[in-house]
Design a protein. Structure first.
Ligand SMILES: Nc1ncnc2c1ncn2[C@@H]1O[C@H](COP(=O)(O)OP(=O)(O)OP(=O)(O)O)[C@@H](O)[C@H]1O
Ligand SMILES: [Mg+2]
Lengths: 296, 282
């Protein structure tokens, strides 16, 4: 601002303008610092897990089963986690999507609001409470832990996430597009299936993927339902199934330093999986945004 | 606009060869025969009485324009004709909408068959965002269970009917959203025509378009009126003058006056009509 204060109003410098610049700058800088801090925390977590875990990652780590002492790997835990989360996804995704379709397309304003409110509460329930609930509902009557019980507990964690995120993208589909379907003689269901869902599908996939990422790392629901397992590959949901989060938990309590390193290694695998899922989810959500942007 | 009222109808049609290449069936063979009569029609949004005791008919072979200031109930009235009004929560209507002699609101009339016979084109072009050009046109046919084998012929003839075939025939499988605004609106007209409706409702179909695209649609209306009974809502007085044979003027939910377009714009019976068409209010 070394301009000499001329007579032209555009060139006049005054305190007000300077103050606005200063405030603007201050806000910009603090927002920037806050963003940097958030990124730094994530980077710190990932690098420290990577540094501590990378040494235990080799082929054996993926192919060998869990063991109480010495070597071994987490092969059976990876397979088990995939099964538990897969079964949970099969339960939560269809149900969550149906709930979202109901609240966004069919329910009256009041019941849609009530259902969304309930979903928000369900989302806020601590996962250990969900775990105790399933423990009482499935594990106690059956007299044993099972992968299925773990899946049900994870599905309860996933359901509100999926239903809410799918509801949001479904309501983004412009009303004009729905009207076009109805005006062509399609029923509400037909319009929803042929027009609304295809328009919102990538956003719905994003929601489902993020719920999968969240469920993959959930520990509390599995501790009470599927944590007492032999060091073998177990694929039957009727039995307790080995899984990554409980393995991390057990290994980190072990007195054996190799097990500590393996706990870090398993944590690294888990974080990489979550990162991968998030990146895939991002690409889907970018696609939805393009599509809905075009429909506006 | 350098055109005088009535010129659009007499504008030279595109050469016949353009439609000769098409299949024999479909749009070319349609003839406007259906009469729409509104009798004592009332429509409400909750307690808001938006359309009051309207009596009006849409004649086959003639274009009926509905004019009136914003909020006077034009859209609400035409949306009663294809029963889209009832889709809005809290909305209801009474009175009669007769297609020839059948009441469209009768309990034994299925809303799906109403909407097959009465097509609609909206204010903003609204092609289905995930569908290609040809899928957009085919969508109504698929909703109503048209045999697979017939679809591609009917898509072609609908696109020809909407004057869009030559512009899109080489990219039928590209997205409908990739077209210009005017092309998208003609795509929506083609989509409505594909199910071969007897009546076509157009709610301000040109208000989002530039003058050239508007002119194209007006020419299209001139050609289509032989094939379907057309009612068009418009804010544009010149447009009503160019495309409509009959004009109806609404104010505050009431139908004030209806008559031949020339008369409505030169010597209307009602003072309010005169004031509106001469731009004194609204
Ligand atoms: N979805 C709705 N819910 C409640 N009231 C509505 C709704 N749509 C329209 N109305 C009301 O009904 C009346 C008539 O509206 P309508 O849309 O039919 O007017 P219009 O003549 O088409 O106006 P415009 O020329 O601006 O499109 C207005 O008072 C409007 O506020
Ligand atoms: Mg309107």
């Amino acid at each position: 601002m070394s301009q000499p204060a001329g007579t032209h109003p555009l060139l006049a410098t005054n305190g007000n303008l300077r103050r606005r610049h200063a405030v603007n700058r201050a806000v910009e800088i603090s927002a920037w610092i806050a963003a940097l801090l958030a990124v730094a925390v994530l980077a710190l977590v990932i690098t420290s897990v990577a540094v501590k875990g990378i040494s235990s990652i080799n082929i054996d780590f993926f192919t060998k089963n869990t063991a109480n002492f010495g070597g071994g790997g987490i092969g059976n835990a990876i397979v088990g986690s995939a099964i538990i989360v897969g079964v949970a996804t099969l339960m939560a995704v269809p149900l969550g999507i149906l709930v979202a379709i109901y609240t966004s397309e069919f329910a009256g304003q009041r019941s849609a609001f009530a259902i969304r409110y309930v979903l928000d509460i369900l989302n806020g329930v601590p996962t250990i409470v969900t775990a105790i609930f399933i423990f009482g509902l499935i594990v106690v009557p059956q007299g044993k832990q099972s992968g299925f019980a773990g899946s049900v507990a994870l599905a309860i964690v996933m359901l509100p996430l999926i239903a809410r995120s799918c509801h949001e993208v479904l309501t983004l589909v412009p009303g004009a597009v729905k009207e076009a379907g109805l005006a062509l003689g399609a029923s509400r269901w037909r319009t929803t299936l042929s027009v609304v869902i295809p328009t919102a599908i990538s956003g719905m996939i994003t929601g489902a993927l993020l719920a999968v990422a969240r469920a993959a790392g959930e520990t509390a629901p599995l501790l009470l339902t599927t944590s007492i397992f032999p060091d073998l590959v177990q694929t039957s949901p009727g039995q307790a199934i080995p899984n990554i989060p409980v393995t991390i938990f057990k290994y980190s309590e072990s007195p054996d330093p190799t097990k500590h390193a393996q706990a870090w290694g398993a944590a690294l695998i888990l974080i990489l999986f979550v990162l991968l899922i998030s990146i895939i989810a991002r690409t889907f959500s970018a696609r939805t945004r393009r599509r809905l942007g075009a429909a506006r | 606009m350098p055109r005088s009222p009535g010129e659009a109808e007499s504008a030279p049609r595109p050469p016949e060869s353009q439609t000769m290449s098409g299949p024999p069936a479909g749009i070319e063979e349609m003839h406007a025969t259906r009469h729409v009569r509104l009798e004592d029609l009332n429509a409400y949004y909750g307690s808001n009485h938006a359309v009051k005791d309207v009596n009006l008919s849409f004649e086959p072979g003639r274009v009926t324009a509905i004019i009136g200031p914003s909020g006077c109930g034009k859209s609400t009235m035409v949306r009663c004709v294809n029963r889209m009004h009832e889709e809005i929560p809290g909305a209801r209507s009474d009175g009669h909408v007769l297609l020839d002699d059948v009441d469209l609101h009768a309990s034994n009339v299925d809303v799906v068959s109403v909407r097959r016979l009465v097509g609609m084109v909206f204010q903003k072009p609204n092609p289905f965002p995930t569908m290609s050009i040809s899928d957009n046109v085919a969508s109504g046919l698929r909703f109503t269970g048209t045999p697979r084998g017939e679809i591609s012929d009917r898509v072609e003839s609908a696109l020809e009917g909407a004057g869009l075939w030559n512009e899109v025939k080489d990219r039928l499988s590209s997205p409908g959203m990739g077209l210009s605004g005017g092309q998208q609106q003609r795509l929506c007209i083609a989509r409505a025509l594909a199910v071969e409706p007897d009546v076509l409702l157009m709610d301000e179909p040109c208000s989002a378009l530039d003058p050239v695209a508007t002119l194209k649609i007006e020419e299209l209306i001139g050609q289509l009126k032989e094939k379907v009974t057309i009612a068009i809502v418009t804010h544009n007085m010149q447009q009503a003058g160019r495309v409509a044979d009959t004009t109806a003027f609404m104010l505050d939910g009431e139908l004030i006056e209806v008559g031949p377009t020339d008369k409505m714009f030169t010597t209307p019976d009602d003072d309010r009509t005169e004031q509106y068409v001469t731009g004194k209010f609204g």
